[in-house]
Design a binder for this molecule. Structure first.
Ligand code: CDP
Length: 221
């Protein structure tokens, strides 16, 4: 692979497996992994903690002005505090898509994401990486799975973490709502870039999907 600055874009809906796969590929290929969803989640956490209405764009943008989000060594920091666990709670799942559809929020996050990709070899995952953030990526993957399988994975994850009041039906509905919001928003909606490889993880093990992706990368273009 004779590429000096390797950039891999990974997109897909909630629970498709993109972050699990991206992390593994990053480890195997010795690249930086950048989780862009964590950035939108961190701002959502602050919006909730400050008691701001997530649908009030002016208030959210005002808060963003006085917020520092940084991503270092795989950890996300909100105003200097590491918030990796807190941003995975179900309350964040419920509101993050309202925050992520605000244009001013996206402009700032995309700037930060491009800056992170400037010097290192990176694999970055999200919703608009191959389409908007890094359209010149060397490889683009679009990870999909059935909505029921995605809900099952997210349900197990939250139950394993000990979150109370989690039901499979509630998670399924939440994922459907987020799919709709993320795919129909005005700015940078989720869709498969025409030059992305689609990987369906529904009935595959993680290792099978990792192998599928590595074969494409190692096969070159
Ligand atoms: O892990 P999961 O797929 O559930 O979500 P995530 O990747 O952490 O992203 C959480 C939310 O942030 C998504 O539902 C989108 O609303 C938003 N997001 C986005 O709009 N653009 C990105 N590049 C990444 C996430």
């Amino acid at each position: 692979m004779a590429i000096n600055h390797l950039i891999i874009a990974v997109d897909g809906p909630a629970g498709s497996g993109k972050s699990t796969l991206a992390r593994k590929i990053a480890d195997i290929l010795g690249m930086e992994y950048i989780d862009t969803g964590a950035m939108y989640r961190a701002l959502t956490l602050k919006v909730i903690e400050e008691g701001i209405d997530p649908t009030d764009e002016d208030d959210v943008l005002g808060l963003l002005e006085e917020t520092t989000i940084t991503y270092e060594n795989n950890y996300i920091y909100l105003d200097g505090l590491e918030v990796d666990k807190k941003i995975r709670e179900n309350i964040i799942n419920k509101h993050v898509s309202d925050i992520a559809k605000i244009e001013g929020v996206r402009i700032k996050m995309v700037e930060l994401q491009r800056e992170l990709a400037r010097s290192d070899n990176v694999i970055m995952d999200g919703r608009d990486i191959g389409t908007v953030v890094l359209p010149d990526a060397n490889f683009k993957f679009f990870i999909v799975a059935s909505v029921e399988e995605r809900a099952r994975r997210r349900y197990r994850e939250l139950v394993d973490r000990g979150e109370p009041d989690i039901t499979y039906q509630g998670i399924l509905q939440g994922i459907k709502d987020r799919d709709r919001l993320d795919s129909t928003r005005q700015v940078a909606p989720l869709y498969k870039s025409p030059d992305a490889y689609e990987i369906d993880t529904t009935s595959k093990t993680v290792d099978e999907s990792v192998t599928e992706i590595l074969n494409i990368i190692r096969g070159g273009k």
